[in-house]
Design a protein around this ligand. Structure first.
Ligand SMILES: NC(=O)c1ccc[n+]([C@@H]2O[C@H](COP(=O)([O-])OP(=O)(O)OC[C@H]3O[C@@H](n4cnc5c(N)ncnc54)[C@H](OP(=O)(O)O)[C@@H]3O)[C@@H](O)[C@H]2O)c1
Length: 282
């Protein structure tokens, strides 16, 4: 059962016709859907968007977390700009609910952030098919299908953005994260293709590729050893990633790779793949 958690009236999310500046995308007065808003990057980004005057429909499975985010935002004096929707992104009923909510708000959506994601650590050979399927469902099929469903509403906006949260591991794969790397490479390729298909429309596609981020991500790994650890070259707090994501959307960037460690991984691999193969060998 999917339930809106706060009693937001239809009139609370009003879409205004607004002139837009071609150089920047301004969140003020816009309507956004953010998936995976109950923790980490999605939570911080939802908060930043509402503070910037955006109305946010925040989606995740943990209703209590969404409610506490809504309470925090509304307590800080920002009016009821965040509407929590409890739902699983892989469930078509969640897509139905989002679609009908957007229709009831006027039928136009300005920003879709495909952020919900999960990971796993461990050898491919020793893992199960179920781990592969779970990760591909949440990280790739769900955002792709949700985007297809919401595209008509994004196209109704005169200035819309689809922001996909990828990963540096969608540019350079590493051992023991085969399913996750595959899902983020899929998201990367799909984002590039969609961007080209939508060129000439009012909808842009931004791919944001963070490297290690301090969040709950590593606490909820799928079918992974409890002691599994991950190599990282420094990490960013989730709110820093959220700020960089909002800046990338605002500047209408097609793609951003975050953090020095992330840039080193991706660009060193482009310059000299054998060197990176050697550095990353198990
Ligand atoms: N953390 C990193 O090191 C890192 C690095 C690069 C990229 N990323 C990417 O950044 C994105 C956000 O990750 P994060 O670091 O912020 O992790 P996080 O704190 O674990 O947040 C993940 C969010 O996704 C939601 N989610 C997971 N499965 C879902 C489902 N089936 N339906 C709806 N919501 C679901 C979770 O909410 P519920 O559990 O309440 O549903 C949570 O809100 C992911 O796409 C991740 O791949 C993370």
């Amino acid at each position: 059962m999917l339930t809106p958690l706060v009693g937001m009236q239809d009139a609370d999310i009003t879409l205004q016709s607004r002139p837009h500046d071609l150089a920047h995308w301004n969140p003020s007065g816009k309507l956004a859907v953010v998936t995976g808003a109950s923790s980490g990057i999605g939570r911080c980004l939802s908060k930043r968007l509402t503070e910037a005057g955006c109305r946010v429909i925040a989606v995740a499975r943990r209703a209590d977390r969404l409610q506490s985010l809504a309470d925090e935002i509304h307590r800080d004096g920002v009016d009821d700009r965040l509407q929590p929707i409890r739902g699983d992104v892989t469930d078509p009923a969640t897509h139905d609910q989002l679609e009908s909510l957007i229709r009831s708000r006027g039928g136009s959506l300005d920003l879709l952030v495909n952020n919900a994601g999960i990971g796993a650590i461990g050898s491919f050979e020793e893992a199960t098919e179920s781990r592969l399927r779970k990760i591909m469902e949440v990280n790739f099929f769900a955002p792709a299908q949700l985007t297809r469903r919401l595209l008509p509403y994004l196209k109704s906006s005169d200035d819309a953005v689809i922001c996909n949260l990828g990963s540096v591991l969608g540019h350079r794969a590493v051992p023991d994260k085969s399913e996750y790397c595959a899902s983020k490479f899929a998201m990367h390729g799909w984002s590039d293709s969609l961007r080209a298909e939508l060129a000439g429309t009012s909808v842009r596609v931004t791919l944001v590729s963070p490297s290690t981020t301090e969040s709950e991500f590593f606490d909820v790994l799928v079918d992974s050893d409890a002691n599994a650890t991950s190599k990282s070259f420094g990490s960013w707090p989730a709110d820093r990633v959220a700020a960089a994501t909002l800046a990338a959307i605002g500047k209408r960037r097609s793609e951003v790779i975050l953090s020095l460690g992330g840039k080193l991984l991706v660009y060193a691999d482009r310059l000299c793949p054998p060197l990176m193969n050697w550095a990353l060998r198990k």
